[in-house]
Ligand binder design. Structure first.
Ligand SMILES: *[C@@H]1O[C@H](CO)[C@@H](O)[C@H](O)[C@H]1NC(C)=O
Length: 272
């Protein structure tokens, strides 16, 4: 190895090490969810500390849809992916703007930054983003009292309007959040999904006044809605303790979640 080569080699090594440190400062700014039809700007920040940029590439689930290479003319290139329309006039080496995103989907969005020669050091970051469809309407509770009248549980079901992805449903009994539900399922409806949740309360009656049931639906931070509150007046005399029973599909979790009333509510519920 001549001394010229050795110096080049050392430059290469130290350059690589320095770059890998600086590229660790990479950050991404990608919203967790955005509505279908809306536009969004995804940001990828990095600091090459003086080294030249070779390329920035954006992928959805490992499929490239945007590339920025400053040495090329024009520096931007777009690769068509279903539902994604890149607006190159507001995209550059730090951001990519998607116009009116066309279809509901969930994917990992990845940003890959490469330094120029000699290191060509490359780093990639990824963040999940869901293209969501916000529902029309609110969740609806139906109550089946017939089982209760025969000494069985009070059975309630909450059904959600169609959305993408399926809504998260949360039960409230007398304004107390129930940590789970007896069962939970979703149904596909075209490209949308509907979720359903069932809650079974046993031992309802006696010193209970009316039982107020409410179901709350959430779609990330894009949407939140409550069902109408349903009030059930049990006319069967029962001991003053109430069990929320569940034939849970996963590991049931027995827990006391309410103690501020003169009785205990115990729940065996499906923890999601
Ligand atoms: C549902 O709740 C889980 C747990 O909090 C959360 O990770 C997920 O993003 C929520 N999904 C929706 C559609 O809001």
């Amino acid at each position: 190895m001549t001394s010229g080569n050795l110096i080049l080699f050392l430059v290469f090594i130290t350059g690589g090490i320095r770059l890998s440190k600086t590229l660790k400062k990479m950050t991404m700014n990608v919203p967790r969810a955005v509505r279908v039809g809306h536009s969004v700007t995804l940001e990828c920040d990095y600091d090459l500390e003086g080294a030249a940029l070779y390329s920035v590439r954006w992928y959805r689930d490992n499929n490239e849809f945007y590339r920025y290479v400053p040495k090329e003319a024009p520096p931007t290139r777009v690769f068509p992916l279903p539902g994604l329309h890149v607006d190159v006039s507001v995209s550059d080496d730090h951001k990519v703007t998607l116009l009116s995103i066309g279809q509901p989907m969930a994917g990992m969005f990845q940003c890959e930054v490469s330094a120029d020669a000699p290191s060509f050091h490359t780093e990639m970051m990824a963040a999940p983003m869901t293209i969501a469809v916000v529902p029309d309407g609110v969740p609806v509770i139906t109550v089946d009292k017939s089982s209760l009248e025969q000494g069985g549980p009070l059975i309630s079901e909450c059904s959600a309007p169609a959305s993408f992805p399926a809504l998260n449903l949360t039960w409230y009994v007398n304004d107390q959040k129930v940590p789970g539900s007896t069962s939970y399922w979703t149904k596909k409806e075209a490209e949308l999904e509907k979720s359903f949740s069932r809650l079974e309360l046993t031992g309802v009656g006696g010193s209970w006044g009316a039982i107020r049931l409410r179901c709350e639906a959430n779609l990330f931070r894009l949407f939140r809605a409550n069902s109408l509150e349903v009030s059930v007046k049990p006319d069967v005399p029962q001991p003053a303790s109430v069990l929320l029973m569940g034939s849970s599909r996963k590991n049931g979790d027995l827990r006391i979640f309410h103690t501020s009333m003169p009785f205990l509510i115990m729940a065996t519920v499906l923890i999601r």
